[in-house]
Write a protein that binds this ligand. Sequence first.
Ligand SMILES: Nc1ncnc2c1ncn2[C@@H]1O[C@H](COP(=O)(O)OP(=O)(O)O)[C@@H](O)[C@H]1O
Ligand SMILES: [Mg+2]
Length: 366
Amino acid sequence: MRVAPGGTIGILGGGQLGRMLAQAAADLQFRTLIFCPEENSPASQVADDTIIAAYKDEAALRNFAGRCDVITYEFENIPLQTVNFLTADRPGRPQGANGREVSVQPAAEALRTGQNRLTEKTFLNGIGVPTAPFAAIQLLDDLIAEVPLLGFPCVLKTQRGGYDGKGQAMIRSADDIGTAHRDLMGQPAIVEGFIEFTRELSIICARGTNGAIAFFPLVENEHRHHILHKTTAPAPNVSEALARRAEDMARRIAEGLDYVGILAVELFETVDGALLVNEIAPRVHNSGHWSIEGAKTSQFENHIRAICGLPLGPVDPVRPSVMTNLIGDDVDDLSAWQNRDDAVIHLYGKDEVRAGRKMGHVTEVV
Ligand SMILES: Nc1ncnc2c1ncn2[C@@H]1O[C@H](COP(=O)(O)OP(=O)(O)O)[C@@H](O)[C@H]1O
Ligand SMILES: [Mg+2]
């Protein structure tokens, strides 16, 4: 279905990704309605309107749906129940602004897959996309049995709810097994072999309602304390063959999920040239922020285009760019960036500075 200019896009989630989606939507002459539990969220500061309610508040969701022509989400930890309530095929299903059933894009299946590391890695391996070796963990005994098969070091991760390295524990020796398991407090987990990568890359693709697909160039990502620090776009030293391999993986994932919108795929490149998928994100992604200044069409604009049934815009890079996140108190002194005419500063409107919190980013255009 095509959403006409003037139509309303609902966004579940009020973070910076929602903020930049709302900005892109406004440029395309769409209205945006944010649905999130927090007041004064980064997204609602720039959107047309906000419904502040819990994600499981069915009356609020029904009201939200009734005002939207299409709905999307800006982070993968919204409850699956929320999207199921909006879209499940049953009597009394919420209606959209046009009086028809409301559509959520990307669809629930992408969210279901992306929000659980076990489901995600099982899906990836099932479609022939390689990942780190992994095993499902519930009890301490499972971990004690699996660790020797993977070897040291390995990483224990909660199946759900993790982001920016939260919900993860490294296991470097047998002594770490007990503490790592205890730290996760009984949450279902997976343990993964630690990949000695030479670098981390990611590929972002846009897929339209008609199945058309466009690949942003591979980018190189540097993490600090498990949080993205810097993205170099396009990634240096990428052979044609490597680019094709990454695109092939992203295509298989997007087609496997019958995906509509922006999909991000985080990758490890290993010493022997292998490419493994670390995780996928069914949404716009931090490693695609460079595209606002650096590509013909940004990831945010292409997400809006895709979910509104518009043709995708060209994704070619227009200039090399380097994106640096402003984390925690990085944001307290911006003078070094402000004095440069090749740097564009984006601030997310979060009033409380906390360690590890993404406060903004800067894109250097080179
Ligand atoms: N199996 C692994 N091997 C090596 N490094 C890893 C592994 N898993 C995670 N990491 C490191 O931790 C970062 C964050 O982990 P990730 O699984 O992407 O979780 P998050 O959801 O927090 O982004 C990765 O980008 C990578 O730098
Ligand atoms: Mg990650």
